[in-house]
Design a protein around this ligand. Structure first.
Ligand code: SF4
Ligand code: SF4
Length: 130
C-alpha cells in the first residue's frame, strides 16, 4: 500500500515560491475588475493595453475572457516557473485572492485549477512563522 505523501508546511515567505512554480490561476479564471483600476482612468495603475473592456463598468485582463483563459501578463511555463510581468500593478482580484483558507488549508480553487491543466494537486498548509 502506498503511504500518503507528507503535507508541506509553508509560511509567508514560501507562498511566493509556491505560486511562482504554479501560476494556473492566471490561466483559468476570468480576471475582471472595475475599469477605473486601469490607466485609462486618472489614478489607475493596471496597464490599459493589457486589459479588455467588458462593459461600461468592468474590464478584465486581456486573454482571460476566452474559452481557454491565459492572462497576457503571465510569463513562463505553468507548473514550472512563472511570473507576472505587471506584478506591482496587478488588479484587485489578483491582490485579493486568498491562497490559503483561514484554517491554513490551500484554497480548493487552486487544486481545481491545477487539475484542469493536468497538474498534480498541491498538498500544502500555511503555518504562520512564529
Ligand atoms: S493556483 Fe493557487 S498555488 Fe497556484 S499560483 Fe494561483 S494562488 Fe498560487
Ligand atoms: S495580472 Fe498577473 S497575477 Fe493577475 S492574472 Fe495576470 S499574470 Fe496573474
Amino acid at each position: 500500500m502506498q503511504s500518503k505523501p507528507t503535507t508541506i508546511c509553508i509560511d509567508t515567505a514560501g507562498v511566493e515560491a509556491l505560486c511562482q512554480s504554479c501560476g494556473v490561476c492566471c490561466s483559468t479564471f476570468r480576471i475582471s475588475f472595475y475599469w477605473a483600476e486601469t490607466t485609462a482612468a486618472e489614478g489607475g495603475y493596471v496597464p490599459v493595453e493589457m486589459t479588455e473592456q467588458m462593459n461600461l463598468y468592468r474590464a478584465c485582463m486581456k486573454g482571460t475572457s476566452q474559452t481557454n483563459p491565459k492572462c497576457s501578463a503571465l510569463t513562463g511555463t505553468l507548473g514550472e516557473s512563472v511570473s507576472c510581468s505587471i506584478y506591482e500593478n496587478r488588479p484587485s482580484p489578483c491582490r485579493e485572492y486568498e491562497v490559503f483558507m483561514p484554517d491554513g488549508s490551500l484554497n480548493p480553487r487552486c487544486n481545481q485549477a491545477r487539475a484542469k491543466h493536468g497538474l498534480p494537486p498541491l498538498d500544502v498548509r500555511f503555518v504562520p512563522a512564529v
